[in-house]
Design a protein around this ligand. Structure first.
Ligand code: AHR
Length: 323
């Protein structure tokens, strides 16, 4: 079984991907993909899945790694336009600053599909956006904490994603909404860890130092699992037990967080499928075959996992999926 089939089965996309008709729709097309970089395990998986999806469907994928810089993404998109690609996939690192380059793609009549992050720009500049409901993800994480602490006082430290990115903005908002009526829960400190493991650890170390060695922290909410894994290491280095002394809740559902949950060192994660390309290629295929306009927002599922959800089994199911 190849990586995509495994992922499809794991993430519930089996029906869509098993259709031969869909697989042919984009065959022979040249599609540019401006990827953000490789800041997290989830991002690495999205890259592998996109490459695999392209290969399976006969797409000539032109891949550009922007190394976390919007200017590199804009350059790559302009390059794709100059090459005359059939479509462009973009995972936009930040939410603002896309109007000019997307207008250029529109003038060149090249459809653009946004993957996994949203932008603040007129909706007619892209064909569709395949992403999770990131506010909902934050709400799911926040509601888990509300239920878990059951009225006990709880000081939370928050590790935010990349400043100005839609998941950082929306996951913060959703979490705040979920805890709004819980006067026992307070966000004591909040800082960016840039979605990376190393920054997550570094920022958590600073939080611990300024919070009585961690004694004043009840929970860490990380906008992705990689930062949570970094925070877990910092908590352990400080002589505390992550998952017990300090609760850990995050987003992505990468294999490493299931290892941590199985070991009792993390408590909950909200799944984000790395298969954004599958629905994107389906949408492009339908658009090219008979002009079908896709939904403007194709929303992926956001399922909560805890220790009650067979974390070891979830690790096994995901470990070979490109993370
Ligand atoms: O845009 C999705 C986010 O980007 C993932 O949750 C995070 O891991 C990645 O860096």
């Amino acid at each position: 079984m190849n990586i995509i089939t495994k992922l499809a089965l794991a993430a519930g996309f089996a029906t869509a991907l098993s259709s031969g008709a869909l697989a042919q729709d984009v065959s022979g097309k040249v599609i540019g993909f401006s990827q953000i970089g490789s800041e997290s395990g989830w991002r690495a998986a999205e890259t592998s899945v996109t490459r695999q999806q392209a290969e399976e469907r006969g797409v000539d994928l032109k891949f550009a790694d922007a190394q976390q810089k919007q200017e590199n993404q804009i350059k790559a998109i302009r390059g794709f336009i100059a090459q005359g690609v059939d479509a462009i996939l973009v995972a936009p690192v930040v939410a603002t600053g896309w109007e000019d380059v997307l207008s250029e793609a529109q003038e060149a009549e090249i459809p653009v599909v946004l993957l996994d992050r949203g932008i603040d720009a007129p909706e007619d500049l892209y064909l569709t956006s395949v992403a999770s409901d990131q506010v909902h993800e934050g709400r799911v994480a926040g509601q888990w904490l509300v239920d878990e602490v059951a009225g006990e006082d709880c000081n939370v430290v928050e590790l935010q994603g990349t400043v100005g990115s839609s998941p950082a903005i929306n996951r913060k908002q959703g979490f705040e909404e979920a805890i709004a009526d819980a006067s026992n829960i307070t966000i004591a400190q909040s800082q960016t860890g840039d979605f990376t493991r190393s920054k997550g650890k570094e920022v958590m170390e600073a939080f611990l130092k300024s919070s009585n060695g961690g004694a004043d922290i009840c929970a860490v909410y990380a906008h992705n699992d990689d930062m949570a894994v970094g925070a877990i290491q910092a908590i352990k280095d400080a002589g505390l037990a992550p998952g017990e002394d300090i609760l850990v809740v995050s987003i992505d559902a990468v294999p490493d967080i299931f290892t941590a949950i199985a070991a009792g060192e993390a408590n909950a994660t909200v799944e984000l499928t790395p298969n954004m390309a599958g629905p994107a290629f389906d949408a492009l295929g339908a658009y090219w075959s008979d002009g079908t306009m896709p939904e403007k927002f194709i929303i992926t599922e956001s399922k909560l996992y805890t220790a009650a959800d067979d974390p070891q089994g979830e690790y096994e199911r995901r470990k070979d999926l490109g993370y």
